[in-house]
Design a protein around this ligand. Sequence first.
Ligand code: ATP
Ligand code: MG
Length: 573
Amino acid sequence: MTENNKKNETENDSPQEKTPSHFIRHIIDGDNQSGKFGGRVHTRFPPEPNGYLHIGHAKSICLNFGLANDLNGTCNLRFDDTNPAKEETAYVSAIQKDVRWLGFDWGENLHYASDYFEQLYEFAVQLIKKEKAYVDDLSPDEIREYRGTLSEPGKNSPHRQRSVEENLDLFARMRSGEFDEGSRCLRAKIDMASGNLNLRDPVMYRISKKEHHRTGSAWSIYPMYDFAHGLCDSIEGITHSLCTLEFEDHRVLYDWFLEQLGVFRSQQIEFARLNLNHTVLSKRKLLTLVQEGHVNGWDDPRLPTISGLRRRGYTPESIRDFCNRIGVAKSEGVVDVALLEHCIREDLNKKALRVMAVLKPLKVVLTNYPEGQVEQLSAENNPEDLSAGTRNLPFSRVLYIEQEDFMEDPPKKFFRLGPGREVRLKHAYIIKCESVVKDPNTGEVTELHCSYDPETKSGSAQEGRKVKGTLHWVSAEHAVTARVRLYDRLFLKENPSDEKESSDFTSGLNPDSINELIDCKVEPSLADATAGTHYQFMRLGYFCPDKDTKSGTPVFNRTVTLRDAWAKISQKN
Ligand code: ATP
Ligand code: MG
């Protein structure tokens, strides 16, 4: 086995590829030409540390870091940690690991919104002094009532006309923890009749007595996203603040805060979020799946989380390739998961070592092969990459083949094994099925007795003798017993998120999304397969060792089958 095919789990392969052009790239190119930001390109990826990253975040990561890489700019990693109720340090580390694994490096540019809490507080005080913000005593429910609807204007709060002094005093006391959660908040004073509901005096600060994972109990008030986000962008000198479409209606508010405070004006640009069929891409829903035990943790290989995809055997290159192919647009759509699978197949076809593994073993005894004899056959590791070299495969009298590769009464087109039929064993010989041994009680086929033709060794002069089928196999005496996990779609429903908020999206889960086979037989070279190595089990798909592997009993995940549904779909179109 070649060393250069082994890749450590945390090793990062920085992207060599250029990202494709799209409307955001055009906007930035235009800004660079007009000198809007002095030719500077500074983006940021702003995850909230309230869950693990998923493939949708990968789209945003590739976009933000990709633009900075391509345009000689900078991309910050900024934790948007303004809601202590849902955020944890464990998520912060997991997010950093995932971004790095995807191949991106924020260098010195790691930031936290919580680093700016003092400055954000000062900005709020400035707005109070300008009579652009006020402390409101309405309860959250009353605020909702007063807000009005799309067709009806809102009503001013009775506290809207408080004096600057009173507001400053109350806001300071909110900070010092004097008031209960929900009893007061700070609101921007904009326009309760605005056609855009986001401008109807949005809340800037709410009281929360929760411990913050970084600032502890220093604060009793926390800034809201709409207030904090643009100002964090401004503080960091972000030129282009890229976010998903649902923030389009918030952009006026983003601009309003920056304008009122007279600070650096970052530019918000919205793009369509990634949706993928047969899965969910919402941290809230992913958290539900994890907490309710529908999956085994955030890195369950069935999840679309980065850690799940990594454990499943996806490579950073394949995910970046996927993100480049889906592009960046202004309109929402649903991407077929078959495209993601196509990307990993393309990558693994180049990298994966070809090996033999039998998932459901059927014993084959070669009656004319000398007992006790073992031959070491030479097998190439990867026909797509000859530098991957060859390995030895032991061949002996008792072998295993796949149960599915034998039929007692096969139809004509079945080119595998049947009574009296011949097949080639990959890298070995042609064998012929002479007789079938059955369990006398159940009638189940338990063993095949075959003869082998010593004149047909692979690579020898007589190899040329043709038979229709070639099977994979392992030598029984040398095989290693392994567990193999086969996966199917996590959701049977194509769009499980289509459900109304009230209904339970978990009803669309596929009850057979995992199938673990516990008595598989794999070739001896897989005995100490390590995480990060990718294999093609011949005829069965691409596989990788799982972290549940214990010494002596490897566990493998099937990353993807060999059959490429995407190639078929794109041919049809
Ligand atoms: P979710 O909706 O899954 O809870 P989020 O938007 O609340 O995600 P954040 O941590 O705030 O999660 O996201 C960080 C960044 O990733 C944001 O800029 C967000 O726009 C982007 N992002 C999140 N989901 C997607 C997606 N499906 N496609 C593209 N970008 C996304
Ligand atoms: Mg968000």
